[in-house]
Design a protein around this ligand. Structure first.
Ligand code: MN
Length: 290
């Protein structure tokens, strides 16, 4: 199943993508949750019931006329992995890590497919990063690596927008500050459940800036695999349904180019992952405060 969160007059609504429509799952069966996070927390039988409800549902939205939020707009945690592709660590002038490099974003950074990335007026070096996002299904703590894939609910296309001047040039190289400006975490359009993804470690991942390919790699290049990341993170925090894990970006970011490339108003960025979809966001300037 592919789940989306549609912005409606009744607020955010979880919908399954079915026969070219977004079908409201809670409207089809009021015992089912109205959020994708709630759906991810269901046991197997109830998840099957949710899929059945989508197939029978009659309240639906036209994708062409809908505004999408991030598939999970309200996660408890957004955990990001830095330097998880060997070539990207090298192009960044950083050592290839021996353990995952972690930072985080806040949910206020999340936007959906089609929503604008807002360039902060306080940054002059906003960069792009194509990333696969792992969405936690069943939560847990101290999850063994051999059971870790059972805790994955699905996958989505993500974009780790990064203000390099804040990430790297502030005292202490404060990654989080550079990574969590509002709108710096586009995700979507859809959450694709694990049964629809044959091998998440073998997906082409690309980023196009105004139609020009800037990143072109494959998730088979990940240094730390999905199961290793889930196990590692669950040794630090309790993972909850709907938590989002950005898994790192391949080479080709703007910072590492000569000359360097920074996002500017009017740009359009597309991130594409095989089988997961295309996430497209325009870039706009921040309006002056007040
Ligand atoms: Mn990243």
């Amino acid at each position: 199943m592919r789940w989306v969160t549609v912005a409606t007059e009744q607020g955010p609504r979880a919908c399954g993508v079915w026969q070219g429509r977004y079908v409201d799952v809670n409207a089809a069966d009021s015992r089912l949750p109205s959020s994708v996070k709630g759906l991810l927390a269901l046991n197997g039988d109830d998840q099957r019931a949710a899929r059945g409800a989508v197939e029978r549902g009659t309240t639906s939205y036209n994708p062409g006329a809908s505004r999408l939020l991030a598939p999970v707009p309200d996660p408890q945690k957004i955990i990001c992995i830095g330097l998880n592709y060997r070539d990207h660590a090298e192009e960044s002038g950083m050592p290839v890590p021996s353990e995952p490099v972690l930072f985080s974003k806040y949910p206020s950074a999340l936007i959906g497919h089609g929503a604008p990335i807002v360039l902060p007026s306080v940054s002059n070096e906003v960069d792009y990063e194509a990333e696969m996002v792992v969405v936690v299904g069943r939560g847990g703590r101290f999850i063994p690596v051999e059971k870790a894939m059972e805790h994955v609910g699905g996958y989505a296309v993500g974009h780790d927008v990064s203000a390099r001047d804040w990430q790297l040039n502030k005292p202490g190289k404060q990654w989080m500050a550079g990574k969590t400006f509002d709108t710096f975490a586009p995700i979507g359009p859809e959450l694709v459940t694990t049964d629809e993804v044959a091998d998440p470690h073998k997906l082409g991942i690309r980023l196009r800036l105004n139609g020009q390919t800037m990143q072109d790699s494959n998730t088979n290049q990940l240094i730390f695999s999905i199961n290793q990341l889930v196990a590692y993170l669950s040794g630090i925090v309790t993972l909850e349904p709907g938590d989002l894990i950005f898994t790192g970006t391949p080479p080709g970011v703007g910072m590492a180019r000569k000359p360097q490339v920074w996002l500017k108003p009017g740009d359009v960025v597309e991130v594409e992952i095989d089988g997961l979809g295309v996430l497209r966001n325009p870039v706009v300037a921040e309006k002056a405060p007040g």
